[in-house]
Design a protein around this ligand. Structure first.
Ligand SMILES: NC(=O)c1ccc[n+]([C@@H]2O[C@H](COP(=O)([O-])OP(=O)(O)OC[C@H]3O[C@@H](n4cnc5c(N)ncnc54)[C@H](OP(=O)(O)O)[C@@H]3O)[C@@H](O)[C@H]2O)c1
Length: 319
C-alpha cells in the first residue's frame, strides 16, 4: 500500500510517499480502507521527536491519528462491524501505533471506531474524531459541566476548541470563548454566547466568572492564573502535560477548585455519541483540505497558526 511515512525523527519535510506491506488485522482489530484523515498538532510533535519517549523508534512511521473509511477485513472476534461498513474513529497516541491513517489502509481496535452515519461525510467524521472526543472527555468527564452551567474555552478557533464550543452547547452550557481577532466572527458562528478577542483584551480581566469549567484547549494558561474565574467546585482542564500542571494537580487538592489534565481515550460509547451529534448538525469547521501526498503542507499550515477549525486530509483521492 502507499503511505506517507517518516524515516526517522527530524524535520517534517522528510515525510515521504513510500510503499509498505498492507497491514493484517490481529484479533479484535479491523483493517480500514482510509478515505479521509485530518491534521492534528500531534503529527508535528511526533515527527520532530518531541514525544519520542511515548512513540519509540519504529521506522518507517506512518502518522495520522483520525480516520474515516470502509472496513476492508476483520480480525478474529470482531462482532461490532463487518466488511463493507463505513466507520470512523482515531488511533491511539502511543508507540503501539506506527501505521497511521496517512496511508491507503490502517488497522484499528474495535474500541477505536464506530459505524459512520451515512449522512455524515468521511471528511467531517475524520475531522471531528480526536478534537470532539478530547472536548467531550474534558468538559463532561473531567469538568462535570452541568446542563445550564458555564464554560470558558481558550483556543476556540483551533480543532479542539472549536469542537469544544459545539460540544459544550450540546451539553447545555453557556460558552464564553477566547480567540484571536481573525476568528471572532467564526467562533460566534459556532454558538459561543460571548467571544473575547485575546489580541484586544486580556481574558483574565474581562471574562466574567464564575465558570464551572475553564477549558484551556490551547494549553496556554494555568490553574493558578485562572482559578479566580472558577466557582466553588469549578475545574480548570488543560490539554498538555508539563511541570506546571503536574505540580498544580497536587496543590489544588487543598482548595475549592480543581486542575485536571485530559488524556483522550478511545471509547466506542463516546464515538457513538459523537456520531449521533454529527447527524444532529454538530458543526465541524474545516479550515482547508489537502491531498495526503501534500500532508506536510497541512502540518506546516497548522503549525503557522491562524486556523478556523481543522485541516482535512483527502486520502482516497490524494495519492
Ligand atoms: N491531551 C490530549 O489528549 C490532547 C488531545 C488533543 C489535542 N491535544 C493538544 O491540545 C492542543 C490544542 O489542539 P488543537 O488541535 O486544538 O490545536 P490547534 O488546532 O492548533 O488550535 C490551537 C489554538 O490555540 C490558539 N492559541 C494559540 N496561542 C494562543 C494563546 N497565546 N492564547 C490563546 N489561544 C491561543 C490558536 O487560536 P487563535 O490564535 O485564533 O487564538 C489555535 O487555533 C495541542 O497542543 C494538542 O497537542 C491534547
Amino acid at each position: 500500500m502507499r503511505a506517507m511515512a517518516i524515516p526517522s525523527y527530524g524535520p517534517v519535510d522528510q515525510m515521504k510517499l513510500i510503499e509498505l506491506p498492507t497491514p493484517e488485522p490481529a484479533s479484535h482489530q479491523v483493517r480500514v480502507k482510509v478515505h479521509a484523515s485530518a491534521v492534528n498538532p500531534s503529527e508535528q510533535k511526533v515527527a520532530t521527536g518531541s514525544t519520542k519517549f511515548l512513540h519509540g523508534r519504529n521506522f518507517p512511521m506512518v502518522l495520522g491519528y483520525d480516520f474515516s473509511g470502509v472496513v476492508d477485513l476483520v480480525g478474529a472476534g470482531v462482532a461490532t462491524v463487518s466488511q463493507g461498513d463505513e466507520v470512523f474513529g482515531f488511533l491511539p497516541y502511543s508507540g503501539s501505533n506506527t501505521l497511521g491513517a496517512f496511508a491507503e489502509y490502517t488497522v484499528s481496535t474495535t474500541s477505536g471506531l464506530i459505524r459512520k452515519p451515512a449522512s455524515v461525510s468521511h471528511a467531517l467524521a475524520a475531522a471531528a474524531a480526536t478534537p470532539a472526543i478530547t472536548a467531550l472527555q474534558s468538559l463532561r468527564d473531567l469538568g462535570r459541566l452541568p446542563s445550564g452551567g458555564r464554560t470558558l474555552i481558550i483556543g476556540a478557533s483551533g480543532g479542539v476548541g472549536a469542537l469544544g464550543v459545539g460540544v459544550a452547547k450540546k451539553l447545555g452550557a453557556e460558552v464564553v470563548a477566547v480567540c484571536a481577532t481573525h476568528a471572532v466572527d467564526f467562533v460566534r458562528g459556532l454558538g459561543a454566547e460571548v467571544v473575547i478577542d485575546r489580541k484586544k483584551e486580556d481574558p483574565l480581566r474581562v471574562a466574567k466568572g464564575p465558570f464551572d469549567v475553564v477549558f484551556d484547549a490551547a494549553a496556554v494558561s494555568s490553574w493558578s492564573a485562572m482559578r479566580h474565574l472558577l466557582g466553588r467546585g469549578g475545574v480548570y482542564v488543560t490539554t498538555l502535560p508539563g511541570p506546571a500542571i503536574m505540580f498544580q494537580l497536587g496543590l489544588c487538592l487543598f482548595t475549592a477548585t480543581r486542575a485536571k489534565l485530559v488524556i483522550v481515550k478511545n471509547r466506542a460509547d463516546d464515538l457513538a455519541l459523537l456520531g449521533r451529534w454529527l447527524t444532529e448538525g454538530l458543526k465541524v469547521p474545516i479550515d482547508s483540505t489537502v491531498p495526503v501526498r501534500d500532508v506536510v503542507v497541512g502540518i506546516k499550515r497548522l503549525a503557522a497558526g491562524g486556523m478556523r477549525g481543522r485541516i482535512s486530509v483527502d486520502v482516497i483521492g490524494g495519492f
